[in-house]
Write a protein that binds this ligand. Structure first.
Ligand SMILES: Nc1nc2c(c(=O)[nH]1)N(C=O)[C@@H](CNc1ccc(C(=O)N[C@@H](CCC(=O)O)C(=O)O)cc1)CN2
Ligand SMILES: Nc1ncnc2c1ncn2[C@@H]1O[C@H](COP(=O)(O)OP(=O)(O)OP(=O)(O)O)[C@@H](O)[C@H]1O
Length: 187
């Protein structure tokens, strides 16, 4: 199998585990994410609007907004380009974006200090696998080239896969928050 085929197989397995975890979800993961985001109170924090069975970061983002953080959401400009981030107040209306996503139609473009990002699978060492668009890989690479940024993965523990295939361009996570634990890969 090529690495691309291995990624496709790993995505399919992780999606099935994620769907099971999503059906049984409680609010433990949200509480953990809110706790971690509290350490970045007052900073610019990017979230996402959950699609399919992704774990929902909005409850924690609302709490972060209440702590003086500015929230933003990813906006797709074009295929194979980094995401941009638009200011967002939790509860505001969203518009249809590309690839079945929802995104802010207006608002300032911000550079996030913290990026909370979804995934299909992660490994215990901070590697991550997304849907295959390479959007977050390109985006984190660009952000890391221009200054500090903290990449926080948010997922169900069931999405862990230590054997997930990785390429040299895959951008690692700094922190991982799940329904069961917080892992800091920086130490
Ligand atoms: N919630 C969320 N927002 C996100 C991402 C994500 O993974 N999750 N992204 C992370 O990169 C960016 C968008 N990238 C995406 C890449 C692929 C698909 C995707 O496979 N979508 C479809 C197929 C859509 C179509 O072709 O119409 C699907 O839901 O099956 C979605 C978003 C930015 N926003
Ligand atoms: N930093 C980068 N610069 C240029 N191309 C990149 C970069 N990162 C990834 N790519 C390209 O993006 C494509 C998809 O990458 P990959 O399969 O690793 O995405 P993913 O991690 O599953 O998705 P995402 O990052 O959107 O969550 C690959 O063809 C890869 O060549």
């Amino acid at each position: 199998m090529t690495i691309d085929d291995e990624k496709i197989a790993c995505r399919a397995r992780a999606a099935a585990r994620r769907a099971l975890a999503h059906a049984a979800a409680d609010d433990r993961a949200s509480a953990r994410l809110a706790q971690v985001l509290g350490e970045y109170a007052g900073q610019v924090i990017s979230g996402y609007v959950a699609i399919r069975t992704e774990i929902d970061p909005m409850p924690a983002l609302r709490i972060a907004a209440g702590q003086g953080s500015r929230i933003c959401l990813p906006v797709i400009d074009a295929p194979a380009t980094p995401l941009r981030f638009r200011a967002y107040t939790p509860g505001d209306a969203l518009a249809d974006g590309a690839l079945n996503t929802l995104e802010p139609a207006h608002g300032d473009f911000l550079r996030p200090d913290v990026v909370v990002l979804p995934m299909l699978a992660f490994a215990r060492d901070g590697r991550r696998l997304g849907y295959g668009g390479g959007y977050y890989d390109r985006t984190l690479q660009a952000l890391r080239e221009t200054g500090p940024v903290v990449a926080i993965g948010f997922a169900y523990q069931a999405q862990m896969d230590d054997d997930l295939p990785t390429d040299p361009y895959d951008q690692p996570l700094d922190l991982m928050v799940t329904d069961q634990q917080i892992i800091d890969f920086r130490r």
